[in-house]
Design a protein around this ligand. Structure first.
Ligand code: ZN
Length: 382
């Protein structure tokens, strides 16, 4: 299915970054490496795909792709043979992936297109041997090849690499941009939309999660955890941990269905002759999203919980519940704020944030959650 018309450089919330990239294309000064610096998921993917379209669309004029041709359509879907995305297979990028995947793709002749774009997700998570191997490619850039490094924390990337990249900043979304997207996503109810916009904390990815079916129900369930632990006692810790497990599984299943749809869309684009590299990219992306789903659900749940505890502190110290992130549930907020001593709330926040970090490394995630909720249930109540 072909989109009738799209403007590849209309990257919501990132007008500044898009203008810099578009200008570089227009002047023919794209260079060979860019660092997209900012929190993940605020528009880097769309900007990278616009760049590959701008460089390869046969109808591009002054750095602006026509947005209507077959090349633009495939770029927009991340299904163009000269575009790659590489994510860490584990917690870091390793040298074996740099050599066997990144550099192999960079030095191979592309099946199609005159410019290659290779995007490294979480580029600030390269270990030292990987960074050294990659540096060599940056020092001797293959022609017509652009690297894009997605970087959340520039301090984590060696200076030798960062200094060879042009830096473009990607900002968190403004409330107005989130509000507009929330309406597009079908959040028609005023209370729901306001809650989703506040809880998204500048991230359109978080907003999309909240706007998905059941997303706000999940948020409301997460913030009821302190009340449940108080009312039902430590025994509920295991039940709550299991509920979060189920939520992760549901999310992974939804993403699996999305991945299948993306693969089916390749048939529309290529018939039965989709290049193997493109199919592999789409499959890997879908697999990665499903693998990450469980962890991201658990971390989101803990973020919701921290948001609730912070609101409790706000109310307890005399703040107006209308200013709270969870302003739509002011009565429950007042009740929890009255029941939980501020020192307990602060200790609880620390405990939750520690667990959030542990989850990234810990395979026994359910156990870590059970231990967390047990601790939260047994803190002294005023
Ligand atoms: Zn085009």
């Amino acid at each position: 299915m072909r989109t009738e018309h799209s403007r590849p450089w209309d990257v919501p919330g990132q007008e500044h970054a898009a203008a810099i990239l578009r200008g570089a294309c227009a002047r023919g000064e794209v260079g060979h490496a860019w660092a997209f610096v900012g929190t993940a998921g605020v528009g880097q993917e769309q900007a990278a795909r616009a760049l590959v379209a701008a460089l390869n669309c046969p109808g591009a004029v002054e750095g602006v792709p026509d947005g209507t041709c077959d090349t633009c359509d495939r770029c927009r879907r991340g299904a163009y043979p000269a575009y790659w995305e590489f994510a860490p297979a584990g917690t870091v990028h390793r040298v074996v992936e740099v050599r066997e995947q990144w550099l192999a793709a960079a030095y191979r002749t592309a099946l199609e297109g005159s410019w290659k774009v290779l995007r490294i997700l979480d580029a600030d998570r390269m270990n030292e041997p990987a960074a050294n191997a990659f540096l060599k490619a940056l020092e001797e850039p293959p022609p017509n090849t652009v690297w894009i490094l997605d970087v959340a924390d520039p301090e984590e990337l060696p200076d030798t690499i960062l200094s060879r990249c042009r830096v473009v900043r990607f900002s968190a979304w403004t409330p107005a941009a989130l509000e507009a997207r929330a309406a597009e996503l079908g959040l028609d109810d005023d209370i729901d939309r306001a809650l989703a916009v506040r809880a998204a904390l500048g991230s359109p990815v978080t907003l999309a999660r909240l706007a998905a079916p059941g997303g706000l129900d999940d948020l409301r369930s997460h913030r009821s955890i302190p009340r449940r632990l108080r009312g039902q006692g430590p025994g509920s810790a295991v039940v709550i941990a299991r509920e979060l497990d189920d939520e992760g599984r549901r999310r992974a299943a939804a993403l699996g269905a999305e991945g299948k749809a993306e693969l089916a869309a390749l048939e529309d684009l290529y018939g039965d002759a989709a290049p193997r590299g493109v199919v592999r990219q789409v499959e890997e992306r879908s697999g990665r999203r499903q693998r990450e789903a469980r962890l991201s659900v658990l971390q989101a749940a803990l973020d919701d919980l921290v948001g609730w505890y912070r609101d409790c502190l706000l109310v307890r110290t005399g703040g107006d519940p209308a200013d709270a992130l969870n302003a739509d549930d002011a009565d429950a907020l007042r009740a929890d704020a009255a029941a939980l001593d501020p020192s307990v709330v602060l200790a609880s926040v620390d405990r939750v944030l520690q667990t959030r970090t542990d989850l990234e490394l810990n395979l026994a995630q359910t156990l870590a959650l059970e231990a967390l909720f047990l601790d939260l249930a047994t803190v002294p109540v005023r």
